[in-house]
Ligand binder design. Structure first.
Ligand code: ZN
Length: 409
């Protein structure tokens, strides 16, 4: 598995970042010309051949220049794919002359000497990087993958041996959502609801603020400008705050797994866009606001979803816990007690009410039980009945543990 150590960057690297911007722009210009003349995008190998002896490419380590070209060709590839479905998609843009691009050092440009890293800027020019890691972790020339310098930080990416998977334990099912970020049910019947309320209000606050500042920017520039530095700042702040909460939630889930001896975590596959849509609508109703656009809201939620699952899977794997995805189809419609499948089993205030057996349960807990059962059934296992669900809220700075139990039914 790959890990990243983040350390404050060195100022010497700014100049290199600026040279990378020059390489990006020059190569981008070449790509655009090729595209206009031939309707084809040059491949990475072609770019590499053309720019091998370029003046700016020779100012940095050859692998650093290659990384820029590689990124550019990747951007062109994804634009090429995107324009098949979205005719308005823009090709990779040029960067501002003064901007500092990401600088990548591959392991060929890295030398390690007793907890000190030497990066080769170009032939005969080096900078030193000091770093501190957790006691057991060691970076060597064998396990280091690359160093990326961006946004004022140097990110050291290195490989670590994955711990062996735990062979025994109980299974946990997770239902992901917008109103409740995650709802977990363990084989022993313990349920937890990690509410997404604070995330939603953070999102609402920043969306409103971005909307407000944007209208000022547009008015001041008579509609010519749509973006400003203040807006980028706000959007970065939003991402940071949301990620902070998601980090705490994923950590709490992993801690719970370790404490309760969970060795497999089952989540639904995330292709369930319908749920995302209905949850987004519910959220809008709840907040009595749709002015900032459903599409944007959905985009934000989709981003949180994928970030959450990827991070959770990675944190679980680090503890030797396997994460599995099962088909989510029907898990929200089915009654987890009697198996009755009905489109409209009455759902009010997030409750699942079964017409057949009379079960009254939080709808997300019901979904999580079904996801868990989907995995357990083929193994001939079944989970204990859920009685209570603990609600876990974000309390401005941390997850509050003294949450009141939520009555299930
Ligand atoms: Zn039922």
């Amino acid at each position: 598995m790959y890990l990243t150590a983040k350390i404050p960057e060195l100022t010497e690297l700014k100049e290199v970042g600026n040279i990378c911007t020059k390489i990006w722009n020059k190569a981008n210009y070449f790509c655009r010309q090729q595209w206009e003349q031939t309707g084809k995008i040059p491949s990475y190998y072609e770019l590499q051949r053309v720019f091998k002896d370029d003046f700016w490419c020779r100012q940095v380590h050859s692998h650093t220049a290659q990384a820029v070209l590689h990124k550019l060709s990747e951007s062109y590839r994804s634009w090429f794919q995107l324009r098949k479905v979205d005719a308005t998609a823009n090709p990779p843009s040029f960067r501002k002359k003064s901007s500092v691009s990401t600088v990548t050092f591959t392991k060929f440009a890295i030398t390690i000497r007793d907890a000190q890293m030497e990066l080769t800027l170009k032939k005969g020019m080096h900078v030193c990087l000091s770093y501190q890691l957790q006691p057991k972790v060691k970076i060597t020339e064998k396990n280091v993958v690359r160093v990326e310098v961006k946004n004022g930080f140097a990110n050291i990416v290195y490989r670590l041996e994955e711990p062996p998977l735990q062979q025994s334990g109980q299974v946990m099912g997770i239902d992901l959502g917008v109103i409740n970020t995650a709802t977990t049910v363990k084989e022993n019947g313990e349920a937890r609801i990690y509410t997404g309320k604070s995330l939603l209000s953070t999102q609402r606050y920043f969306n409103k603020e971005i909307c407000r500042v944007q209208s000022i920017v547009m008015a001041q520039s008579k509609g010519k400008k749509k973006w400003s530095r203040r807006l980028s700042e706000l959007s970065r702040k939003r991402t940071r705050q949301i990620r902070h909460v998601l980090h705490a939630q994923t950590k709490a889930i992993v801690d719970d797994c370790i404490k309760s001896n969970v060795n497999v975590v089952v989540a639904g596959d995330l292709h369930n866009i319908r749920k995302l849509r209905s949850d987004t609508r519910k959220h809008e109703k709840l907040m009595k606001a749709r002015s900032w656009g459903r599409v944007n809201n959905q985009k934000n939620h989709a981003w949180s979803f994928s970030w959450f699952t990827a991070t959770l899977a990675y944190k679980l794997r680090r503890e030797g816990i396997l994460s599995v995805q099962v088909n989510e189809r029907g898990t929200s419609k089915t009654c987890c007690r009697c198996g009755e499948v009905r489109k409209r089993n009455r759902k009010t205030r997030g409750l699942y009410i079964c017409n057949n057996c009379g079960l009254v349960m939080n709808a997300d807990v019901n979904g999580a039980v079904n996801i868990l059962e989907t995995y357990l059934r083929p193994l001939g296992r079944s989970s204990a009945n859920v009685n209570l669900a603990k609600v876990i809220k974000w309390d401005k700075t941390r997850l509050s543990l003294e949450a009141l139990p939520f009555k299930v039914g």
